[in-house]
Design a protein around this ligand. Structure first.
Ligand code: ADP
Ligand code: MG
Ligand code: MG
Length: 210
């Protein structure tokens, strides 16, 4: 069975920070249409702070890695995305804990626990037009791929594709959670910023050395 190292997980986080920085202006434009035009700057500030914290003291375990990233997001991002992405990473970290390495099924279970954290925190479900609509299909796709015998790298490619499809599917939805819900019908026809960021998170996972 393949093992996932803390170094590979850290590379995932760093690739995600890079993706967010690269797409910051696009994420903010998406949020300008149905929110308050800060999602890109929120996530970029948070992930830059997370990378700085990792540079300062490299974590030895997955638990330490993700609790650092999650706590940094919660404390440095004011918007909804800080607590939501923060909780995602905190739950991944508490699920993986202090083991030296992680297996592919453990990684998938941690991602599912992270989704559970997002739901606990934000109470979103399917078709509410949030980050949930990209994350839930990605988690499902990874489970299905691993159950079919795929290795983690292949499973993550399926998860990446599912997240991208979930992101695209948010466009015709009517927002029922978060700021975009204040717009009612006027939220229809715009891609959700948070779902777009989740697609970047899964894209980054396919770039990491899993
Ligand atoms: P804010 O709305 O506070 O300005 P951001 O703009 O950074 O925060 O993040 C907005 C994103 O957060 C949305 O695009 C959506 O994906 C996500 N979001 C908002 N509320 C919820 C919720 N209750 N559950 C899940 N995701 C949510
Ligand atoms: Mg916003
Ligand atoms: Mg805001």
């Amino acid at each position: 069975d393949e093992n996932v190292t803390t170094a590979a997980l850290e590379e995932w986080v760093r690739r995600f920070a890079h993706q967010v920085a690269e797409h910051r202006d696009h994420l903010t434009e998406l949020d300008a249409a149905i929110g308050d035009a800060d999602h890109g700057s929120n996530m970029d500030r948070g992930m830059k702070a997370a990378v700085a914290a990792l540079d300062e003291s490299p974590p030895a375990t997955a638990g330490a890695l993700f609790s650092k990233v999650g706590m940094t997001l919660v404390s440095s991002v004011g918007g909804a995305s800080g607590p939501l992405f923060g909780t995602l990473f905190l739950r991944i970290g508490s699920t993986l804990g202090d083991a030296e390495t992680t297996s592919a099924p453990q990684f998938a279970a941690a991602l599912r626990a992270g989704l559970g954290g997002v739901v606990d925190r934000g109470k979103a479900g399917p078709d509410d037009k949030t980050m949930y609509d990209a994350l839930a299909p990605a988690v499902d796709a990874l489970d299905v791929a691993l159950a079919d015998g795929a290795d983690l790298a292949t499973g993550l490619k399926h998860a990446r594709d599912a997240a991208a499809a979930g992101r695209d599917a948010t466009t015709p939805m009517l927002a029922r959670k978060g700021r975009a819900s204040y717009l009612g019908e006027r939220s229809v026809g715009h891609q959700d910023p948070g779902a777009t960021t989740v697609a970047l998170l899964l894209e980054a996972a396919t770039e990491a050395p899993f």
